[in-house]
Structures are given as structure tokens and as C-alpha cells.
Design a protein around this ligand. Sequence first.
Ligand code: HPA
Length: 236
Amino acid sequence: MTPHNHAKAGDYAEAVLLPGDPLRAKWIAETFFDNPKLVNSVRNCLGYTGTWKGKPISVQASGMGQPSLSIYVHELINTYGAKTLIRVGTCGGLNAKVKVRDLVLAQGASTDSSIVKGRFGAFNFAPLADFGLLRAAADKAEAAGMRYHAGNMLSSDIFYHANGMAGYDTLPQHGVIGVEMEAAALYTLAARFDVRALTICTMTDCLITGEEIDAEQRQTSLRDMVTIALDVAVEA
Ligand code: HPA
């Protein structure tokens, strides 16, 4: 038990999917898991454990942003023994070659967050995905015929910038392909506690072209992405 999680030791599997939205955690558990059991509902930040293809699997909502995700991930690792953490989310596009519905596998995660920057003093730490999980996700996306891009994600602490795109301009010029709000903190915590992490996002809104996903495409894409994440989580 923690202040944010009333699950008992052993309630979570070693592999945990991390959507931001609590209702997406519920949807994942109820749609994909066999025998889903609610293990956490503190603050309605829902967590479930069940099985996928006969293997134990959990899902825990992370909330939005790096501070919220950091709390759940820190506790999943240190209190509940999580070893494989896969964020499943959405991202904005920062490169016109990334189309809505494409998967973005965050190979690395750049950030403006003091959560990461503050830890390393004079150094710019490069938060990275676990290579085995990344490779497995890329292989599975390819086998499923899904368009995907592995590359540098921006994990920003700011959704509504005072100056529109100001500050993002140099990032696409340096190969950053998407923007979300959690991956860098996830990768930094995984590195610190020697566990494996990956972020897989569906691109929902392109900041360069203005293209946006519609509701039906969003649901299909989420289904495909979650299937890949579940297979990677239990097999890789
Ligand atoms: N910015 C940050 N996070 C996001 C976005 C975005 O444009 N789209 C989806 N998640």
C-alpha cells in the first residue's frame, strides 16, 4: 500500500501497461485481459491485473504528465516489483512524414522537464527505451503491416505554450518526430532502478500539417497499438 495505490504486494504482474487515462486502463483490462481484477482505484487512477495469452499482465493509469507518471512508476517498481513498463499513449506529430494513426516508438525521449534535467547537473542525460522491447515492438508492428517510426520523442511539461510552437522549432530540425508528456520520466526511472521501459504512441494530431485523427480511427489504432504492447510485454 502507498498513499496513491491500495494494491497489496503481489497484486501487480511484473509487466505493466501504462495508459495516461484511467478509463483507457479499464478499457484495456476489460477488452483484452482474461480474468481482469481491479487492484487500485485511489483517485480513480485505475489499475488492473489479469492474463494475456495465459501470462500475467497489469495495466495502471499514469495520469497526465511526468510528475503524475513518476509517482505511479516509482511505486510500481519499488513497492510492487514491476520489471517491464510499457507506456501506451498518444502523441502529437512534429514531422510531416509521421501520419495520423502511425505508431511512434520512442527510442529516446528529449525533454524540457526539470524532473530529468535537475538530476544530472552539468550533463544532458539521454533517456532511452530498452532496446529489446523497442526491437520487439518494431518487429511486431512490421509483421502486422502497421506504419511505425522509431525515433526521438519530446516529453514536454507544457501542453498549452504561451507562444504556440515557439521553442519546438529546433527539435524537428534535429530529428524529433513526436511530442507527448511522459516518456522521458519513465525512461529515467527505468534506468535508475534497472528495469525495462518503452513508450508506444499513436500519432493523433500533427503540429506541422494540422492533420487530426477521427474518433473511429482513434479506436482502431488504439486497439492495434495495445495488442502490440501486450505481446511485447509478455514475450520480449
Ligand atoms: N502535445 C503534447 N502531448 C500530446 C499531444 C500534443 O500535441 N498530442 C497528443 N499528446
